[in-house]
Design a protein around this ligand. Structure first.
Ligand code: TMP
Ligand code: MG
Length: 331
């Protein structure tokens, strides 16, 4: 995994850089302009509206949610985020970035025959995943089929646990710009971050470990690999999580949401309409602000994203808007 050198800090200088980072959400955020006539909320909201990639169907509703969340304070906040194409970039220099599955597929842990088969599955099922003319009910069995076939192929490859770190290191995976502030700031304010992914937990963890942002406030719900005594992949653990059953996944993890029951305000980040269900296990929810990244097939999907997410970020490869929101909520 090639890290952006500007964002990578030598271990010794990390503490200093974190303090610095905590003062600014990102290098390219709009500058704060103090205006005595405006309230802090108005200043903040004007700032986020300047992002040209930000779209909202109901601006007043977004304002209401944000004001209510700010009033409740950051001790009542939890963040729930999808991983692939939400915390990671969709493209870089015009080239698609890999998902957790792609990281493994493109590594030398997989035979060329298996690579070909996984690519064929991607070519067949990804267009279905993002097809706005099909209902969730129509897509659901096909998504189960995709995940089941892909995992079967992976299990047949006798992948070694010891090779996963190298697969991630050699990959083109990239967290979105502004990731350092996002992870560090949430940790500094002890705000729990749940990463809820239909990808592969072992790979996801390795990505955030290698970028040095796997802080103690992070919990991951995902598909985890099951290795035998000699460290060879023999199956995937537990219930399969695919793109459209995050509701069931959330309801299986009641313990986690029970622990966070005083955190009744949620910031949710996703890139698929299936991600909207990630907060279904949250107890006594008071407010939820849903931010959706619309990365692909923009024109066909724009309306459905605007109808479902409070804020839609179109072809935005940064975490600037979520960062501005978490900065405002922790001020
Ligand atoms: P996410 O829940 O973290 O976004 O992860 C799910 C993504 O994984 C979804 O967009 C499709 C992708 N995927 C692949 O790229 N290859 C595969 O073989 C499978 C099963 C999923
Ligand atoms: Mg995703």
């Amino acid at each position: 995994m090639r890290k952006n050198k500007n964002k990578r800090q030598p271990a010794k200088r990390k503490a200093a850089s974190q303090t610095q980072n905590s003062k600014r959400p990102c290098s390219d955020s709009p500058k704060r302009t103090e205006n005595p006539q405006l309230t802090p909320f108005e200043i903040f909201f004007k700032e986020i509206e300047k992002f040209s990639k930000l779209h909202m169907k109901d601006r007043d509703r977004v304002q209401e949610i944000l004001q209510s969340m700010q009033k409740a304070g950051s001790k009542t906040l939890q963040v729930i985020s999808d991983f692939d194409m939400t915390l990671t970039r969709f493209e870089y220099n015009g080239k698609r970035c890999p998902t957790c599955h792609n990281i493994l597929e493109r590594s030398d842990a997989i035979s060329s025959d298996c690579k070909k088969k996984l690519q064929e599955l991607l070519d067949k099922y990804y267009p279905i995943e993002i097809d706005s003319t099909l209902s969730v009910e129509e897509k659901l069995p096909l998504m189960v089929e995709w995940w089941t076939k892909a995992h079967e192929l992976l299990v047949n490859q006798k992948i070694k646990k010891a090779g996963l770190a190298k697969a991630v290191k050699d990959s083109e995976a990239k967290l979105r710009d502004g990731y350092q502030y996002f992870f560090d700031h949430l940790n500094e304010h002890s705000i729990p971050l749940l990463i809820f992914s239909a990808g592969i937990g072992d790979i996801l963890e390795e990505v955030i470990r290698q970028t040095e942002v796997f802080h103690p406030n992070v919990k991951v719900i995902s598909n985890y690999m099951d290795f035998d005594e000699s460290g060879v992949l023999k199956a995937f653990k537990g219930e399969l999580i695919h793109i459209y059953n995050k509701k069931e996944g959330a309801l299986l993890n009641t313990g986690h949401f029970q622990e966070l029951r005083t955190r009744t305000n949620v910031l949710l980040l996703g890139d698929s309409l299936g991600d909207l269900n990630m907060a279904d296990g949250v107890q006594d929810m008071e407010n939820i602000l849903k931010i959706g990244f619309l990365n692909d097939k923009v024109e066909e999907r724009k309306q459905s994203y605007l109808d479902s997410y409070d804020i839609v970020l179109i072809k935005d490869e940064t975490l600037d808007v979520p960062n501005a929101v978490i900065r405002f909520l922790t001020e």
